[in-house]
Design a protein around this ligand. Sequence first.
Ligand SMILES: Nc1nc2c(ncn2[C@@H]2O[C@H](COP(=O)(O)OP(=O)(O)OP(=O)(O)O)[C@@H](O)[C@H]2O)c(=O)[nH]1
Ligand SMILES: Nc1nc2c(ncn2[C@@H]2O[C@H](COP(=O)(O)OP(=O)(O)OP(=O)(O)O)[C@@H](O)[C@H]2O)c(=O)[nH]1
Ligand SMILES: [Mg+2]
Ligand SMILES: [Mg+2]
Lengths: 287, 293
Amino acid sequence: TYWRLEDADATLEDLEDALISSDFGPQTAFKIVDAVREQVRSGALRTPEDIKAALRDSVLSLVARPSGGSSELAFAPGSDAAGGGPTVYLIVGVNGGGKTTTIGKLAHRFTSRGARVLLAAGDTFRAAAGEQLRLWSQRSGAEVEAASAGARPDAVLFRAAQRAQREAFDLLLCDSSGRLHTDPGLMAELAKCRRSLASALPGAPHEVLLVLDGTTGVNMLAQAREFGASVGVTGLVLTKLDGTSRGGAVVSVIDQLGVPIKLVGVGEGLEDLQFFDPAAFVDALFP
Amino acid sequence: TLSQSLNKAWGMVQKDARLTPENMKAPLREIRRALLEADVPLMVVRPFIARVEGRALGAAVTKGVSPQQQLVKIVYDELVILMGGKQVSLNVPEGGEPQVILMAGLQGTGKTTTAAKLAAFLKNKGGRVMLVATDVYRPAAIEQLVVLGGQVGVPVFERGLNVPPADIAREGVALAKEEGMDTVIIDTAGRLQIDATLMQELQEISSAVRPTDTLLVVDAMTGQEAAGLVKTFNTTVPLTGAIVTKLDGDARGGAALAVKEVSGCPIKFVGMGEKTDALELFYPDRMASRILA
Ligand SMILES: Nc1nc2c(ncn2[C@@H]2O[C@H](COP(=O)(O)OP(=O)(O)OP(=O)(O)O)[C@@H](O)[C@H]2O)c(=O)[nH]1
Ligand SMILES: Nc1nc2c(ncn2[C@@H]2O[C@H](COP(=O)(O)OP(=O)(O)OP(=O)(O)O)[C@@H](O)[C@H]2O)c(=O)[nH]1
Ligand SMILES: [Mg+2]
Ligand SMILES: [Mg+2]
């Protein structure tokens, strides 16, 4: 079949628009489409189906093999992975993305497999944050280390880490208050929280999970950059993918910073947490 | 900045005295890219660029103003026009009835915090304000509003977790009228616009209390879906305005354009921080500058 280059251009433009509408951002969308355009020019791709498949494959290879490590969570209860002590996760991110809810879901995942889980109430600022976490500990069967009145977050995390060690918990999940990556004072406080965990338990935190709200646009990259620089991020949690947003802005995060997606939030309930499935993610982008 | 990238685009064009369809191609592509980079939804960018082009082609030549300066000015002016031109405040009902303000939006956008901020704002202007807690789903949501109400010195009406939200709202507004309140602000649970059950619930709350303002609370960092979600919320409960939150960050806030373009509703306030005094009036020209930055 003879297929004109203009037709290819039309297909490529439509696909670029589809990427943009999925929050890839114009730069990343253009870069991905341009690479495919090269393949069209070289004659490697002959039909709109070829083009779509090539585009899908290039996005898949981007998200499936990030340079910054595997999408497996660091967790080995009682094993040497955490030096025999509790595994520690620090959960961070901007306001309202789903950190506290994700902790509740994560706790449930591990308690339902027999692990002993402790939650640390590291959000000492927001109204009813402690009560919200306490209710999640009840729902998930985890214990909770509450903040004492007027305590600073790094002190709460330090105490929780010591308790996790002393009482032989398998996993410690540390909540932190939402904060904008543009606030130097709050980013410094987060760095201090991380150091506090490390001094209580050498090797901790074994994961620093950045929660990214799936409805967010291109700002995801700025968030990931700043949180990465301040506290070091080992994995991403992409939430609210049960909504209409496709979370495409995360692709630029993986492409430019190499941080792997480890978890996906798909609802507000205890069970609504999934391990990242690259193929499913890409399928949702190109239905 | 937009003017920097436009400089680059114009650099490829000779020093023309007027804007033509040909010499505008590259600059319009740059403007499109800049708006998308600011999270303005694609379905809002397209008609906007068409309006800019139409206005630019019809524009008279101004002595001493380069075509590119003219284009930047047109883009800025169109943004301000789109955003609503001037500041719009809350509706004030007739005959001494209280203002009834209904907060709505996706999960985590800042509704509960903003309800308290709005209460503080109106209380400081001398009004008697009451808050109503109808989020019976999120753990400790009622508690959160009660604590915030305490912080700003405003009473919070709640009926626990087992009364339907529409009934809580109805009872709260009835009590507010009885007590001679000037304003009653109803906080609601975050919901997906594609959740039929919860969108129906929002409709029921609205029918039960007949709000004088229904405000969509939108996160400044919201991406391309802003247009779709505004549309769905607006067809479910007619919106009268919006509040854009977390503008103290560095998200450009393209979703703000979507609000006005899709619903025709003005943005009435912006959230500029986590504290209960971090609520400001919305200024269209400031938003235009932020999007073009
Ligand atoms: N639909 C949906 N909602 C979610 C998801 N994850 C969290 N939420 C909701 O998002 C809202 C905010 O969740 P939180 O867990 O309080 O978010 P946070 O990051 O801890 O917020 P701050 O501590 O205030 O910064 C709540 O209404 C949650 O139920 C998800 O995967 N899908
Ligand atoms: N930096 C900043 N944070 C804000 C702003 N408005 C709200 N927040 C924060 O955003 C987070 C979510 O606020 P909430 O008021 O719980 O949001 P919500 O819409 O009621 O959430 P749901 O009820 O779960 O849907 C909290 O951490 C707030 O402190 C703002 O203007 N700036
Ligand atoms: Mg939280
Ligand atoms: Mg709320």
